[in-house]
Design a protein around this ligand. Structure first.
Ligand SMILES: CC(C)(COP(=O)(O)OP(=O)(O)OC[C@H]1O[C@@H](n2cnc3c(N)ncnc32)[C@H](O)[C@@H]1OP(=O)(O)O)[C@@H](O)C(=O)NCCC(=O)NCCS
Length: 377
């Protein structure tokens, strides 16, 4: 790679509100009981399906998730609502996503020792944006007083890694000096809390990463990007169909098909080998072996998935230091998972240590960056 580009700072913001598996299951089961009572005759006649109970034991065993954070907890556990009650904001107020983006962006700037004057490109990249335009990224750019340009990107679970690749390429090509990539993953509004298969999966969080040319970097913890790779392969197994056509199609914009749903077992089976193969080829493409890599900051959707992928890669179990897990606390936070792992587990690496940031998920999409820790500035 031509011009060295570094990750010079990362920032994490999490909401104040926690929802435990126990709370979520209690709300779901109360909803299911009420549905079954109200539809007793239809269920007996075979015209409606009995709603089975969810269970804490299943959720933790099947996913490794113990809790999740919620931007707004109010409403999610209310059987009469089963979705967050997020206050509407007027057009002259800061949007919800810009607000949480700013928390993470400021933390990343501080870690990178940068001010808004140093940055000239902002990418907001996540699984959903709360509106089509103006871009949330431009609102963030404006709120921070950054010159240059900004845009939004949607790549579901790989939004963060794909945006990091865009940022890397822009700096390497000279079209940007210093880029802020932000992932305001406000996932809770698209969760179907009435769906036993998926009500436990997601949490809200916001992450941000600053990238710049190695020449301008003054950060204490900085990582030179040795290589990036992005891969997509079409799949219907993870979908969210909500979109602007709902108005014209005369379908209920909030029906179950328009919220997140997936064929979890299929995703598991298909994505694990793809991700392991991708990671191996990505590491080898920059002239390294998987055993050279000290840390794997992997996407955080399912504990067994991460254990399986690292076992396929290394030929043995990865230690928690090698492949840190954060999904027990954060749940699946769409594209932010690997960045949370990076934020919480990178400062202990020594100069020259190698690491890989990798996401995998809806699309399917897989994105990865191989990085090497630099000497402290
Ligand atoms: C979603 C996921 C945790 C489900 O785990 P799983 O082991 O595949 O579970 P299954 O859906 O096969 O269900 C197993 C059983 O548990 C039951 N079950 C499902 N949800 C349940 C719940 N909340 N509580 C209790 N039981 C439940 C199912 O009905 C099924 O019962 P059966 O065996 O009698 O048919 C897992 O498939 C997964 O994480 N896949 C990867 C998903 C992913 O990474 N997606 C990316 C999202 S962006």
């Amino acid at each position: 790679m031509s011009k060295p580009v570094v990750i010079s700072g990362a920032g994490l913001w999490k909401p104040d509100h926690v929802i435990t598996n126990a709370e979520l299951v209690a709300a779901y089961n109360a909803y299911a009981d009420r549905f079954n009572a109200e539809n007793e005759a239809a269920i007996a006649a075979g015209d409606a399906a009995l709603m089975e109970h969810s269970s804490e034991g299943f959720i933790e065993k099947a996913s490794g998730i113990k809790q999740r954070y919620a931007y707004v907890k109010d409403g999610i556990l209310d059987v009469n609502r089963m979705r967050p009650r997020i206050p509407h904001r007027d057009e002259d107020e800061l949007s919800h996503q810009a607000e949480i983006a700013l928390h993470a962006a400021r933390a990343a700037m501080s870690a990178a020792r940068k001010t808004p004057a140093d940055i000239d490109m902002v990418i907001v990249s996540c699984a959903y944006t709360e509106r089509s335009y103006p871009a949330i990224a431009i609102e963030v750019q404006h709120a921070l007083g950054i010159q240059g340009f900004a845009f939004d990107m949607l790549v579901a679970c790989s939004a963060a890694t794909f945006a990091l690749q865009r940022a890397h390429d822009a700096i390497a090509a000279g079209s940007a000096r210093c880029v802020m990539v932000v992932n305001p993953e406000l996932t809770s509004p698209q969760v179907n809390y009435r769906d036993r298969d998926g009500h436990f999966i997601f949490g809200d969080v916001s992450t941000a990463v600053v990238l710049e040319s190695a020449q301008t970097c003054t950060a204490v913890h900085a990582y030179e990007i040795l290589g990036t790779q992005a891969l997509t392969s079409y799949s219907n197994n993870i979908r969210s169909n909500f979109g602007y056509l709902a108005y014209a199609e005369d379908v209920d914009p909030f029906c179950a098909a328009n919220l997140f749903h997936q064929e979890g077992r299929r995703v598991f089976k298909e994505v694990c080998p793809m991700a392991a193969e991708h990671l191996k080829s990505q590491v080898e493409a920059v002239g390294l072996e998987v055993d050279d890599v000290k840390r794997w900051w992997l996407h955080q959707a399912n504990l067994s998935m991460n254990l399986l992928i690292s076992k396929r890669l290394l030929g043995r179990d990865a230690s928690p230091e090698e492949a840190p897990i954060v999904l027990d606390e954060y749940a699946n936070t769409a594209s932010a998972g690997s960045i949370i792992a990076f934020c919480l587990h990178h400062e202990d690496l020594a100069e020259g240590d190698l690491g890989v940031i990798c996401s995998f998920g809806a699309g399917y999409s897989i994105g990865s960056l191989v990085v090497r820790k630099r000497a402290a500035a």
